[in-house]
Design a protein around this ligand. Structure first.
Ligand code: UDP
Length: 246
């Protein structure tokens, strides 16, 4: 039995609030148990300098991640660190895996993931919520926006699939889904799995702490992650409702 009475294959309760803040069309407050992340997606009608030389400049998606000082105890200092850089690169790669940059056109979307409260799984929840914020911002781009000569912007063409992420691990010798901080800090194996809505892998990161794990345990964790991501995808889809473009 897990310390919070969950089954090994059970996610923490997930809550999503769409349109949480007003400054950006994509603004998602997402929580998994006590982990809470605000994901916003801001649109900028320019592209990175290294894209400007393309004949038909395509777009770009990037991400920033930050844990607010009071999101944990002891307080997290307001200073970029290696962990945050690594996490924001993971979020950016995960979102870009499902975006067609030519269909997006010459614009950049920055997805900001700010952790309001940290209790394990902040990077995976940032990806799940970040995708929804990105989607809402793309849906807000007017169809009259031109791409190349004669081409009309179609938000449905921007995404090849949805993306979501979850943590899995081995706690007290058992594979478990969606670790909170207590589990994360005692886990023998800790993995972060990013998958599309059609259950294709985007990224798998797994580390054993002071032990090893065999192929059977890897497979058991990937199976739990697949089930978890199917549930997260259903939650994303339900929350976006009729606007879901896939
Ligand atoms: N954590 C913290 N301060 C830090 C880094 C981590 O309090 O500077 C806690 C926080 O609860 C976080 C958890 O440790 O969610 C696990 O951190 P990890 O680096 O594994 O990333 P995460 O699981 O949040 O993606």
């Amino acid at each position: 039995m897990r310390h919070d009475s969950r089954q090994n294959d059970q996610l923490r309760p997930i809550k999503v609030e769409r349109g949480y803040t007003k400054a950006t069309p994509g603004s998602i407050l997402i929580s998994a148990g006590d982990t809470v992340v605000l994901c916003t997606a801001s649109l900028d009608d320019s592209v990175p300098p290294w894209k400007k030389h393309d004949e038909n400049p395509s777009g770009w998606v990037t991400a920033e991640y930050n844990m607010l000082p009071g999101s944990t105890s002891p307080r997290k200092r307001r200073k970029p660190d290696g962990r945050s850089s690594e996490i924001q690169r993971l979020i950016g790669r995960s979102l870009r895996a499902v975006v067609d940059f030519a269909a997006l056109g010459p614009r950049t979307i920055t997805v900001d993931c700010d952790v309001l409260q940290a209790d394990g799984g902040t990077r995976t929840l940032s990806i799940t919520g970040g995708f929804m914020a990105l989607l809402d911002t793309v849906l807000a781009i007017p169809e009259t926006c031109q791409l190349a000569e004669g081409e009309i912007f179609d938000p449905k063409k921007v995404f090849s699939d949805s993306v979501a992420a979850v943590s899995v691990g081995v706690v007290s010798g058992e594979p478990v889904l969606d670790l909170d901080y207590i589990e994360d800090s005692t886990a023998g194996v800790d993995m972060n799995v990013v998958m599309t809505g059609s259950s294709e892998f985007v990224e798998v990161q797994g580390t054993a702490e002071g032990q090893t794990f065999n192929r059977g345990m890897l497979d058991a964790q990937l199976e739990l992650a697949t089930l978890g991501i199917q549930q997260l995808t259903a939650i994303q889809r339900e929350c976006i409702g009729a606007d879901w473009p896939l």
